[in-house]
Structures are given as structure tokens and as C-alpha cells.
Design a protein around this ligand. Structure first.
Ligand code: HEM
Length: 233
């Protein structure tokens, strides 16, 4: 940022469950994309179930997780988003530094969680009837009209995911190259460097126990796995 003071402090920003969620989601989405390209439908489906378990986990963590992982913390009204975007080009570090997602980034994150959730859920009802004759685990329980709508959503929504992920990665690189803010480091190792006078904002974050996050994630994985197994009979 333009008017950073020379003295910086290292602060903790993202808890372990949020970081685990982020990189597991990246791996699962890339695996699903690759398996689809290689026509490996079983791996594609497993990657999709993993995305579903991760999204369910993140929805729960958005209510019971660390204070800055909660939706109530980072989903704000349109005025604050517009105000933030106005200040983005020349704002001071004090105006642009948030101990969590900034107002624009928060909505971007919510849209991405929604899009990957829609992708995973629609996949449960989708079919591949050209080479592999593969039905999603819930196809047998719905009408063929509903299943074909879900198929269409599954094939169309992926383009929105490409767009959102492209914008998201562009934003991360923009902050790095133009604003000299390394947000990527924070989503990898959890800590960030900020001007010393702003460190107090980060001291107010209330971190939830990481083991609670891991336990919730395991339960989500078991619920998805059990549900798919039951549905397949
Ligand atoms: C399939 C690709 C990706 C998806 C679906 C994705 C999705 C997400 C989501 C949902 C969050 C919010 C985390 C949370 O609050 O739980 C997030 C945060 C973040 N992601 Fe990604 N991500 C992807 C790839 C990447 C890549 C490749 C980078 C690095 C260049 C990156 C950098 C970041 C950063 C820096 C944040 C934190 C933003 C902030 O400080 O507000 N992401 N991402």
C-alpha cells in the first residue's frame, strides 16, 4: 500500500480450517476438471463429493468458526462495498486493511462458495449418456426433466466458476503486484505483515479451536460418503 510505515508487524489472519478448506477445494476442483478431461468419471465423481463435503463444512464454519471466518463478519451492505472499491486505487493502509475479507472480497468469496456448491449438488443429479453411461447417485430419485435441468446447470455453471476463479486469482495477483500486499501468504501459512499501528485490529480476531474445524470437516465427509453410499443402494 502507498503510505505504509516502515515498521511492520506479523499478525495471524486465517485459521487452519479456513486454509485447509481453501487448498483442499483448489485440489478437488482441479482434480474434477482434469478427470473430466481424461474421461475418468469415477475420479471426477469422488472429487465432486469432496467439493460438496468442503462446501458444507465451510457453510457451518461460517457460523461457528473463527470470528473473521463468519459470514456475518464479511458480508456487508452495498454501500460499504462501493466505498471500499472507491478507496481501493489510492486509499491509505488504514482504510484498506481488514482483519478478514474486505467488503468486496467477502462477496466474491460468497459467490464462489455458492457456485462450487451448485456445481457439486447438480452433479449428484447429472448423467453422462454418450460414452460412459454414468448416472449421479440421485438421478434415480428424480424425474427425467429435473435430471436434464440439473445436467444443463452442471455443464453451464462451470463457466461461471472459471470466470469467478479467474477474477479471484487476478485479484490476488493485483494486490501482490500493484498494492504490494501479499494476501496469498496469509491463505497459505495464516500470517500477514501489516503496519505496526494496525496490528491491534488483528488482535481482536477470536480464533475457534482448529480441532473443532477438523472434526466438523470429518463429519461432513462422512455424511456425504454415507449419503452417496445409501443412495446407490
Ligand atoms: C479453484 C481455484 C480456487 C477457488 C475455488 C478459490 C476459492 C476461494 C475461497 C472460497 C476463498 C475464501 C476462503 C474462506 O473464507 O474460507 C478464497 C480465499 C483466498 N484465495 Fe482462493 N480459490 C482458488 C484459487 C486460488 C489461488 C490459485 C490463489 C493464489 C493465487 C488464491 C488466493 C486466495 C487468497 C489470497 C484468499 C484470501 C482472500 C482475502 O484475504 O480476503 N486462491 N479462495
Amino acid at each position: 500500500m502507498s503510505n505504509q510505515t516502515s515498521e511492520e508487524k506479523k499478525v495471524k489472519l486465517w485459521d487452519f480450517p479456513v486454509r485447509l478448506f481453501h487448498w483442499a477445494l483448489v485440489i478437488a476442483i482441479v482434480t474434477a476438471w482434469w478427470a473430466n478431461r481424461e474421461v475418468m468419471i469415477d475420479i471426477h465423481a469422488i472429487a465432486g463429493y469432496s467439493v460438496l463435503a468442503l462446501v458444507i463444512f465451510r457453510l457451518i464454519w461460517g457460523f461457528v468458526g473463527s470470528s473473521n471466518a463468519r459470514f456475518a463478519d464479511f458480508l456487508t451492505g452495498p454501500r460499504r462495498v462501493i466505498d471500499y472499491l472507491r478507496k481501493l486505487p489510492n486509499g491509505s493502509a488504514s482504510e484498506l486493511t481488514y482483519a478478514g475479507h474486505n467488503p468486496a472480497g467477502g462477496w466474491m468469496v460468497a459467490v464462489m462458495i455458492l457456485l462450487v456448491g451448485v456445481q457439486a449438488v447438480s452433479g449428484l443429479f447429472a448423467s453422462e449418456n454418450t460414452f460412459l453411461f454414468f448416472d449421479g447417485p440421485l438421478v434415480a430419485y428424480v424425474s427425467s426433466d429435473f435430471a436434464s435441468t440439473m445436467n444443463w446447470i452442471h455443464q453451464t455453471n462451470i463457466n461461471l466458476i472459471y470466470g469467478a476463479v479467474g477474477l479471484h486469482v487476478f485479484a490476488a495477483l493485483f494486490y501482490l503486484a500493484v498494492k504490494r500486499e501479499n494476501l496469498i501468504r496469509a491463505i497459505v501459512i495464516g500470517t500477514r505483515r501489516v503496519p505496526a499501528e494496525l496490528a491491534g485490529r488483528f488482535a481482536n480476531i477470536q480464533f475457534a479451536p482448529p480441532l473443532l474445524g477438523i472434526a466438523i470437516l470429518i463429519v461432513c465427509a462422512l455424511v456425504v460418503w454415507g449419503g452417496v453410499t445409501l443412495a446407490r443402494g
